[in-house]
Design a protein around this ligand. Structure first.
Ligand code: UDX
Length: 440
């Protein structure tokens, strides 16, 4: 099939490459010339495992190209809208200006029968509004909404082998137009459909809500266990054992029950805030008031790690050297958007500490946001002479650190495990003072 992807950020670049990998002929469109130049050369503008190989092979095969000109999308049967919906600068609501701009740029180039397929995370009601605009200005085309659930670090796998497909179609699953759209989307995702991937065909509002409610649920799960870790801290209980025990209940499940410095990134924090803002607009703010608490618990975790650090240094933070292990919001990513790790580093620097941060992939992005911090690409260099070590992003190399070797580099054997990933007994045996989150 002929497919266009409008917006080549995280979501769009991965989607474009994956669509080409599935055998479609794809053009990726973005207004950012530098991004388009990088992508055209087969270089991902961000770190994502497997994406480089996928881009290079798809470009070499002639199935994938990139352009800044929306007219290049004209031949496509399906146009994926994959632009960002960041949080507004002065409110919690999502900023839809990129969705509107991309949609308007696409309108003159829609062929008869073309389908515009929204993939961006949007406030519920957005698709209905766009469908109305389409009916007025390009009635020969139609709109569907097909949310994306990819995780950074696993984006290629999640796109090629999604765990479910959700199609929000015109008029819903019982409408003839909707069924025709679903048939087109089935052709797009044939490999997944034939592999038996669960597929939900529904209306626009449900499809939009599936995405934000999934993220709200995941965020709630993380904040739930972090709230338990606060209680564990004052009672001497162990939140890791607690998570293992409740996680054995299949109704609860063990995943996303890791207590620590909390969630960050470009999705969960802004999506729960945007969801609350939308509920308030709809006059149902009280239904989602708990998500404000989820956000508050999450932000409190960052402060808890800072407080633990101050405590570990006996209240004397000024000019003490602190090694920060990790700056990205999660491992296998170079993304530092709303990163708990960086917030902790910046707060400790603000208290007068000498902060040295290290990360396998995130330093360049971190330095752009926080040039006041010191960075090193070498873990050993970060550890050397440190009075305190704070692990805030659980990269494999940090989890694999040997407490004996690390102990020879530091000035003081004191570590805060902000992700509860280290073997506390082993570190203590090697002479370290170990502090976890909600662990005795
Ligand atoms: C998330 C959703 O998982 C994905 O489905 C959606 O499409 C986009 O948002 P992502 O932001 O890539 O994906 O990261 P995810 O793996 O969900 O982690 C989010 C944050 O939660 C990270 O900061 C992670 O460290 C944190 N987390 C996750 C915890 O603190 N504890 C956990 O148990 C799990």
């Amino acid at each position: 099939m002929n497919v266009s992807v409008i917006g080549c950020g995280y979501l769009g670049a991965v989607h474009a490459a994956a669509m080409a990998e599935l055998g479609h002929t794809v053009v990726g469109i973005d207004i950012d010339e530098r991004k388009i130049a990088e992508l055209s050369a087969g270089r991902p503008p961000f770190f994502e495992p497997r994406l480089g190989e996928l881009l290079s092979s798809a470009i070499a095969s002639g199935r994938l190209r990139f352009s800044t000109d929306p007219a290049e999308a004209a031949g496509a049967e399906v146009h994926f809208l994959a632009v960002g919906t960041p949080q507004q600068a002065r409110s919690d609501a999502a900023d839809l200006r990129y969705v509107d701009a991309a949609f308007d740029a696409l309108l003159p180039h829609l062929a008869p029968g073309a389908i515009v397929v929204g993939k961006s995370t949007v406030p519920v009601g957005t698709a209905a509004g766009l469908a109305e605009r389409l009916a007025r200005r390009a009635p020969h085309a139609s709109l569907a909404w097909n949310p994306e659930f990819l995780r950074e670090g696993f984006a290629v796998q999640d796109t090629l082998e999604p765990d479910r497909l959700v199609y929000g179609v015109a008029g819903g699953e019982h409408d003839e137009r909707g069924r025709a759209q679903a048939a087109v989307l089935d052709r797009v995702y044939r490999a997944a459909v034939e592999a038996g991937t669960p597929r939900i065909v529904t209306d626009y509002a449900t499809a939009e809500l599936v995405k934000v409610s999934a993220n709200a649920f995941l965020a709630t799960k993380i904040s739930f266990i972090n709230a338990m870790s606060e209680i564990a801290d004052v009672t001497g209980a162990d939140v890791t054992a607690l998570a293992d025990a409740i996680g054995h209940d299949a109704r609860i499940g063990r995943r996303f029950l890791n207590a620590g410095v909390g969630f960050g990134g470009g999705c969960l924090p802004k999506d729960i805030r945007g969801f609350v803002a939308r509920a308030e607009e709809l006059g149902r703010g009280e239904a989602l008031a708990f998500l404000r608490e989820v956000d508050a618990v999450n932000l409190r975790q960052r402060q808890r790690v800072v407080d633990l650090a101050v405590e570990a240094l006996g209240g004397q933070v000024h000019e003490r050297r602190i090694a920060i292990l990790g700056v990205t919001f999660k491992p296998d990513s170079d993304d530092v958007r709303d990163s708990p790790a960086l917030d902790v580093a910046v707060a400790l620097k603000g208290l007068g500490a000498e902060v040295v941060a290290t990360d396998p992939e995130g330093i360049a992005n971190a330095r752009m946001r926080h040039p006041q911090l010191d960075y090193t690409s070498s873990t050993a260099e970060a550890l050397r002479g440190a009075d305190l070590v704070v692990l805030v992003t659980e990269w494999r190399e940090f989890r694999a650190l040997d407490p004996v070797t690390a102990g020879e580099l530091v000035a003081g054997r004191s570590i805060i495990d902000g992700r509860n990933v280290l073997d506390a007994a082993r570190w203590r045996e090697a002479g370290w003072t170990y502090r976890g989150i909600g662990r005795p």
